[in-house]
Design a protein around this ligand. Structure first.
Ligand code: AMP
Length: 292
């Protein structure tokens, strides 16, 4: 595996990987990450390897998607350990740009996907999805992958990227496939996240109540409980489990993320963001007969 951190090195490495620029060397899959890799990330890498000839992983802790009071400085960074994990997975290329390589002096462009970015995490973290869309579009242009893999763990992020790809015609030779991968969970059901390592042991134990309570709410809604009541009960259970606050507990249309007050024929999603011990956790689950 080659690790590169300048655009020039990336382009040289991609050209080597593909033979020449006509992609004779095969299909490229991109897996964008912020590093501090866990089994969730590695599952994306394995899916990518199953569907493409070469896997490119990016590791970039993107300052544009962190708010002023968020954990940019504290965000875990462990490039050498991450590189070893990716090497063991057979990844061809690790793109680990410096902040200066990604955002040179004078960088002035902002990509904003209205609507789907606005509610949920977008409301709690103003500007977050502009930062995500901006960096992901740059990554697509830098790597020009045939497909890119994202986790359903960050369900709104996936919806934002799909909307951007549709709106901006990110078809071949850029990206003709945005592939969502189901959330990978710890044995007790907690969704894997680089931020789980912030949790103290007692908070880590209590955090597993979140997916448990969400599953109960999904079952209740699917068996016809009133949405408002089921969501209210879920909020109560989350707070009773030791979470200090809730950013949102919402049932939404899976594609538009517009809040739903009743299940229809379109796929629906239960989405939650809540804080425990100062750490903000998010999770989501499919709801309804379509289980979308
Ligand atoms: P991050 O490094 O947190 O930005 O995540 C990089 C990619 O890995 C994103 O597409 C995430 O949605 C995905 N990801 C993170 N955690 C998980 C998980 N537990 N299961 C599946 N995908 C995940």
């Amino acid at each position: 595996m080659q690790t590169v951190n300048t655009l020039h090195m990336l382009r040289t490495a991609l050209a080597q990987l593909c033979g020449q620029s006509d992609r004779a060397g095969g299909r490229i899959a991109l897996v964008p990450t912020m590093g501090a890799l866990h089994e969730g990330h590695l599952t994306l890498v394995r899916r990518a390897a199953a569907e493409a000839d070469h896997v490119v992983v990016s590791i970039f802790v993107n300052p544009k998607q962190f708010g002023a009071n968020e954990d940019l400085d504290a965000y875990p960074r462990q490039l050498a350990a991450d590189a070893a994990m990716l090497e063991a997975e057979g990844v061809a290329l690790l793109w680990a740009p410096t902040a200066e390589a990604m955002y040179p002096a004078g960088f002035a462009t902002n990509v904003s996907v209205a609507g789907v970015s606005d509610g949920l995490c977008g409301a709690a973290r103003p500007g977050h999805f502009d930062g995500v869309a901006t960096v992901v579009l740059k990554l697509f242009n830098q790597v020009t992958p045939d497909m890119a893999f994202f986790g359903e763990k960050d369900f709104q992020q996936l919806a934002v990227i799909r909307a951007m790809a549709r709106d901006l015609d990110l078809t071949r030779p850029h990206v003709d496939a945005i592939i969502g991968v189901p959330t990978v969970r710890e044995a007790d059901g907690l969704a894997m996240s680089s931020r789980n390592r912030y949790l103290l042991p007692e908070h880590r134990t209590a955090a597993a109540s979140l997916p448990r309570a969400m599953r109960t709410a999904v079952a209740a809604i699917e068996s016809g409980a009133a949405i408002g009541e089921a969501l209210g009960q879920l909020e109560d259970e989350i707070l009773a489990a030791g979470f200090s606050s809730i950013d949102y507990v919402t049932l939404a249309d899976s594609r538009s993320l517009a809040p739903l007050i009743a299940l229809g024929s379109d796929p629906a999603r239960l989405l939650v963001a809540a804080r425990i011990g100062g750490t903000r956790l998010i999770d989501n689950m499919a709801v309804g007969p379509a289980r979308g």
